[in-house]
Ligand binder design. Structure first.
Ligand code: DGY
Length: 325
């Protein structure tokens, strides 16, 4: 029997492309050609190839319009990401198309990125690196680039899911006190002593560092706005490795420029790869290019997970192990 056609929108790790070709009649994009940026082009390729599955990635325009334009041959979409805010899940469900993602395997790597940003913000690592590269470093000085320590500080984790809890475990090693805000209080075995806040005001007033791990979408759009920033302690730090849309960029830039927020670290941006221009002139913000899950080990694991989903639906006729609804 002919293998089902799988349309892959992005260049993937070598071993994953090889496995995709072993399992499916895979139409790869090994040169990472830019058609993945255009939903109509994705739908057209799916139609031309008679795709049964689409393996897309974070940020691909797989919203309701693209889903509506897909041919009837498409039965499954798997995104190479845990986030699926870029996929029209309801539109897909209405057409009987399974949508799945790659959870769990990237939690540690993404928490590592949040920890990196926290350290960069607290210890002014971006500023220091820029100074050295620009040839402006004149040697050690007692008052040069003094940051703040994380030791003993209260870390406020917004969204205490798998990534947030991995970050909490790391931060305990830095002797931080963990606080969290989520829709509901978690059982003690997941809290591990973290302090739950059932409202934003108490949460924001209590913490020294905010780390954001919310999934994006309308429910959390511009969550960190001027009003909430004002409720944070003067000199607090802000880190976002969730989704860029949950920050009101103009408000954060204002708070960074005034010193109300001492420093920030961002890995994700509203409308990325565009970056809000106000950040670019500020020394007290560390900017990473959405590196969250970017380790060799994690990206291989994400690829295997994506293929497991597609194999289940398209080859075994079973439910995708990581279906999202
Ligand atoms: C995800 O998986 O959603 C990440 O943001 C990609 O690194």
């Amino acid at each position: 029997m002919a293998k089902p056609v799988l349309l892959v929108t992005r260049k993937l790790p070598e071993a994953i492309e090889a496995e995709a070709e072993r399992l499916f009649d895979a139409r790869l994009n090994s040169a990472d050609e830019g058609w993945f940026r255009d939903g109509a082009a994705i739908a057209r390729r799916a139609a031309e190839s008679g795709a049964a599955g689409i393996l897309c990635a974070a940020g691909d325009p797989m919203g309701p319009d693209t889903v509506a334009a897909l041919p009837d041959s498409v039965k499954a979409i798997t995104t190479f990401s845990v986030g699926y805010d870029h996929v029209g899940v309801a539109a897909a469900r209405a057409r009987g198309i399974t949508v799945a993602n790659t959870p769990d395997v990237l939690s540690f790597a993404t928490a590592e990125t949040a920890m990196t940003l926290m350290l960069m913000a607290a210890r002014r690592a971006g500023e220091g690196e820029r100074m050295v590269r620009a040839g402006k470093w004149e040697g050690w000085a007692p008052t040069q680039l003094m940051g703040v320590t994380l030791e003993g500080k209260r870390l406020g984790i917004l969204g205490f899911g798998r990534i947030g809890r991995e970050l909490a475990a790391m931060a305990r090693g830095f002797r931080m006190e963990i606080h969290y805000r989520d829709i509901q209080k978690l059982p003690p075995e997941l809290e591990q002593g973290a302090v739950y806040h059932d409202n934003d005001d108490a949460f924001l007033a209590a913490i020294d560092v905010l780390s954001m791990h919310v999934p994006g979408g309308a429910g959390t759009a511009k969550w960190l706005n001027r009003e909430r920033l004002a409720k944070m302690k003067r000199g607090a730090l802000v880190v976002n490795s969730g989704r860029g849309g949950s920050v009101d960029d103009a408000a954060l830039v204002e708070a960074l420029a005034s010193g109300h927020i001492r420093a920030a670290g961002l890995d994700v941006y509203d409308g990325e790869p565009k970056v809000f221009p106000g950040y670019l002139g500020l020394e007290n913000v560390a900017l990473l290019p959405h590196l969250g899950s970017a380790t060799i080990e994690t990206r291989d694991a994400m690829g295997r997970r994506a293929l497991e989903n597609l194999e289940a639906v398209l080859l075994k006729g079973t439910a995708a192990p990581h279906e999202v609804r």
